[in-house]
Design a protein around this ligand. Structure first.
Ligand SMILES: [Zn+2]
Length: 401
């Protein structure tokens, strides 16, 4: 958009404040000003009548979507995903990698790292390694051939392949040798997430005490909550500042479980994720996972034995779910979909909020919380064409004096 363009919406949820009506000025890809009321009389304005403007969603845990996969080792798939995912309100994400082997995973990491600079679409803000130092007791749908005993040399090789863009790594801390890998990863600025793990409350508490800051999909891929061993989720709750991922797709967790987690942790410590597989955003499809095939049917992605193998959800759909289930208000949901995930990977100073100096990563939602338009760094990355042609027509007003 032109420098100094003003976006005017019925509501702007920053999410620390609600401006109604609100306006946002976009300059050089960033937010230069915002406020309540009609706003400045600028040269270019975009009228978002009847719409709510929120910060773009940040998905920390996503394996692909729209038919594009991060596990092919092809940078073109990453670029295709970047162009597709703004249709779901996502403006930045961590490309999440699982391999069939260490070498296979390394190639996927390399492909993501080489696609990072490409222009257009959602911003790839780093890589999330889901493994390979996980527990064979809690693999979920992860191919056992990817899981390997903790080894600093293997970590270093994956880190080197990422060209420094590794931001998050899931580790099972109870596995012998995990500590050395955790220390090495933290020294390289990688946030440690506890998951795919059978860790007890005590082990998990020690791991958070040692600097781990995040939990991979709470309750999924870990020992269940037990009243005499509250496990990883219990330990995370007792560790200030630790954030948890929640898959609010209605399949991985019961809505009441999502509500319980949000009530216990507060919206400041929950990151909504999709854990989406490449067929997310489609009605049906299948996906090879090692020597097994996962199938999408009726909104569930499962292996033949019924094991859930990622989700087919999108960030806009999990946002709608959480609102529909009455878990919290829209500001709280936006905090969990944008602000918390951005902060969890040290991007909270430029993403996850509509504030002065932040990137102009914005999503316009209609009253059903469907995505109408998405901007990444002030550039229009998605727009619903027919239905909303009128509200998005640019009105040329007087120059801002
Ligand atoms: Zn995953």
């Amino acid at each position: 958009m032109e420098p100094g363009t003003v976006l005017r919406a019925d509501r702007v949820i920053t999410p620390d404040r609600e401006l109604s009506p609100g306006w946002v000025v976009v300059e050089d890809g960033g937010i230069s000003d915002l406020g309540e009321g009609d706003g400045p009389d600028a040269g270019e304005s975009i009228d978002l009548k009847g719409l709510t403007l929120v910060p773009g969603f940040v998905d920390l845990h996503v394996h692909g979507g729209g038919g594009f996969s991060f596990d092919t080792g092809r940078a073109d798939d990453v670029r295709g995903f970047r162009r597709w995912v703004p249709s779901t309100g996502v403006t930045s994400f961590l490309g999440t990698v699982i391999g069939l082997s260490i070498e296979d995973g390394r190639l996927s990491v390399e492909a993501l790292a080489s696609a990072e600079e490409s222009e257009g679409g959602a911003e790839l803000i780093g890589i999330n390694l889901e493994g390979p130092f996980l527990s064979l007791e809690r693999p979920g749908a992860i191919p056992p051939s990817w899981i390997t005993p903790p080894d600093v040399g293997v970590f270093e090789a994956l880190h080197d392949a990422s060209d420094g863009s590794l931001r998050l790594m899931t580790v099972a801390p109870e596995v012998q040798g995990a500590n050395e890998v955790i220390v090495a990863a933290q020294a390289r600025g990688v946030t440690i997430s506890v998951g795919h793990s059978a860790a007890s409350y005590d082990v998990a508490l020690r791991t958070f005490g040692g600097g781990a800051r995040h939990v991979t999909h709470a309750f999924n891929g870990m020992s269940p909550f037990h009243h005499r061993d509250p496990g990883i989720v219990g330990a995370a709750l007792d560790s200030a500042g630790v954030t948890i991922e929640v898959i609010a797709d209605g399949v991985h967790l019961h809505p009441a479980t999502v509500s319980m987690l949000v009530q216990a942790f507060g919206t400041e410590r929950v990151a909504l994720i999709t854990d989406a597989v490449p067929m997310a955003g489609r009605r049906e499809g299948s996906l090879r996972l090692g020597d097994q095939v996962a199938t999408l049917k009726d909104g569930r992605v499962t292996l033949p034995d019924g094991t859930i193998a990622g989700s087919a959800s999108t960030m806009d759909s999990v946002v709608r779910n959480v609102v529909r289930w009455g878990v919290c208000d829209l500001a709280g949901v936006v905090r969990m979909a944008s602000t918390v995930p951005a902060a969890a990977v040290a991007a909270g100073n430029r993403k996850g909020r509509i504030e002065q100096g932040y990137d102009a990563d914005l999503v316009a939602l209609d009253s059903d919380l469907r995505v109408v338009a998405t901007w990444v760094g002030g550039e229009l990355a998605f727009e619903v064409k027919k239905r909303y042609k009128k509200p998005l027509t640019r009105a040329r007003g007087r120059r801002f004096l």
